[in-house]
Design a protein around this ligand. Structure first.
Ligand SMILES: Cc1cc2nc3c(=O)[nH]c(=O)nc-3n(C[C@H](O)[C@H](O)[C@H](O)COP(=O)(O)OP(=O)(O)OC[C@H]3O[C@@H](n4cnc5c(N)ncnc54)[C@H](O)[C@@H]3O)c2cc1C
Length: 496
């Protein structure tokens, strides 16, 4: 069955897709959004996210633009720093080991702040990320990266605001409708084949934006592309991102691009369900590991917990945990740092053990070699550079000396009860490989030629993230390229 046609069809209803839909509508297109998930699970990974967005900014005046009700006390107590376009560009280069497509990086950096303003003007509210990216230390907060603001209400708040705007602008959204193939004709991409309630149909459009996520929720593709063991990872977010976007694009001739063997994966509660729980959202994340140490089943440390700010390490440590015996590890803290742990450590559904002695702690933890764990902690305590001042807000250089695996910053001895331990495993966020796009978000074929009428944005696109990602870039990437894709799809559809 074929039904009425649209100018632009957007596949997905996460942040990238809804930004594409809003932008296409703003440019005059008649837009249909297809969301595979039912209404209650709408919004993809974006809805599960913490809502943090990285922007270029010049300090408090710019932050106030996004947080108009910032109080005088907060301003007085906070150093927001400055995050220049050059710093953002450098961070993207360094963190992706200089593999990021420089043209896409430039668009992401240059359009970040303006796109955040565009989102704000559509009703999304922001707040500074106190307690996550900065901590009150000696009476002051200090942000040290471009990750300063997050959406009020987190990812759910972001998606609800986007959907409200979309409805206000007359954009049609169909839930429970999965795109399964692109329709190709003489003029390029001419529509999509969808399935809803087990019935297939074709819907025609002059342009299609694919913004339907990576393949992280597809165990088979995960194992095929990321490698053995990835079938055992837990999915942090939506169960609906199973690689349909990449598969549809490749079947239509798109060029595979980026790191198909790479994924954003972090430390995640070891007893979390196989897929994200929208009522818990991001709170299974256990991102405060850099204030303690992390031990595997053998009782050994296996990574530098303080190698860099959490924003620059969290997305690559999930992979290392997956490589440990049993695919789990325990984060260990003592009372000196408990007040610095993020709020996600205080939720009810948490794998946590507490004790007043280390012997008692490891007697309670199942599956960790107790004798070796105690030896590891004793060697670690002896190696802490006690003469360097601890500062949770900057890379303080308070590391260890003489350990085979150093802890480079925020090293404190673990010797003051009560002790807390948190069981973690690998939680995969999203995959890095996908179809190649131009800076105009056009999908290109193997000869670098745009496939007429086909655009893509968000985490399904390849060529942006490799090995790692600076925190707050997942949403900003989706917003920037979603907006670009929507505009260009509308122009193409309307012949502008
Ligand atoms: C727990 C968690 C916390 C995070 N925190 C942050 C953060 O604070 N800051 C940040 O920048 N990033 C964060 N991220 C990453 C960020 O959420 C993603 O990078 C970003 O949301 C991806 O947006 P997207 O629109 O590309 O994909 P999604 O938001 O996942 O949207 C994809 C959409 O496509 C739909 N879909 C899939 N297949 C089909 C199909 N065949 N047909 C129709 N629809 C389909 C899905 O249902 C979904 O609605 C977090 C992720 C998770 C899981």
């Amino acid at each position: 069955m074929t039904e009425k046609s649209y100018d632009v069809i957007v596949v997905g209803a996460g942040n990238a897709a809804l930004c594409a839909a809003l932008s296409a509508r703003e440019h005059g297109a008649k837009v249909l959004v297809l969301e595979r998930a039912p209404f209650e699970q709408r919004g993809g990974n974006s809805a599960y996210s913490g809502g943090g967005m990285r922007i270029v900014h010049n300090g408090v005046a710019d932050i106030k633009e996004f947080v108009p009700d910032l109080s005088a006390e907060d301003i007085a107590a906070t150093d927001f720093g400055v995050y220049t376009a050059e710093q953002f560009y450098d961070d993207l280069g360094k963190i992706t080991e200089y593999r990021i497509d420089p043209d896409l990086a430039e668009v992401l950096v240059k359009r970040s702040t303006d796109t955040a303003r565009w989102i704000r003007d559509k009703g999304v509210r922001f707040a500074p990320m106190y307690g996550a990216k900065t901590f009150k230390h000696e009476g002051r907060y200090k942000f040290s990266t471009g990750s300063v603001i997050a959406v009020v209400g987190g990812g759910r708040g972001l998606i609800d605001a986007h959907i409200k705007s979309a409805e206000k602008m007359g954009i049609e959204i169909r839930y429970g409708t999965r795109a399964i193939a692109l329709l190709q004709g003489a003029s390029g991409i001419e529509g999509v084949r969808v399935v809803a309630n087990r019935v297939e149909q074709e819907i025609r459009a002059r342009a299609i934006v694919l913004a339907c996520g990576g393949f992280q929720a597809n165990r088979e593709m995960r194992t095929r592309y990321l490698g053995p063991g990835w079938d055992l990872a837990k999915v942090r977010g939506t169960r609906y991102n199973t690689g349909d976007g990449a598969n549809m694009a490749l079947a239509a001739g798109a060029q595979p691009c980026g790191q198909w063997s790479g994924a954003n994966a972090c430390e995640w509660d070891m007893n979390a369900p196989d897929y994200g729980d929208i009522n818990i959202g991001d709170a299974y994340s256990k991102h405060s590991y850099y204030f303690g140490i992390v031990l595997n089943a053998d009782g050994d440390r296996f990574l530098d917990e303080g190698a860099d700010v959490g924003n620059s390490t969290y997305a690559k440590y999930g992979r290392i945990i997956l490589q440990q015996p049993g695919q789990y590890a325990w984060q260990i803290f003592d009372s000196k740092v408990l007040h610095l742990l993020r709020s996600s450590y205080r939720i009810k559904k948490v794998t946590k053990v507490t004790a007043n002695t280390l012997e008692e702690l490891f007697a309670k933890i199942e599956g960790v070699n107790k004798e070796q764990a105690l030896k590891t902690i004793s060697a670690y305590n002896a190696a802490v550079k006690q003469d360097v001042r601890f500062d949770p807000n900057v890379k303080d250089g308070r590391g260890t000396s003489g350990l085979v695996i150093p802890k480079s910053n925020w090293a404190n001895t673990i010797d003051t009860p009560p002790y807390e331990a948190y069981g973690v495993t690998c939680g995969i966020t999203f995959t890095y490989g996908g179809p190649k796009i131009t800076p105009n978000a056009e999908v290109v074929d193997v000869e670098e030629q745009p496939i007429s009428g086909l655009y893509a944005a968000g985490e399904l696109v390849g060529g942006i993230f490799y090995f790692n990602i600076p925190g707050g870039c997942g949403l900003m990437n989706g917003a920037v390229f979603g907006r670009v894709a929507g505009e260009n799809a509308a122009r193409h559809a309307l012949g502008l």
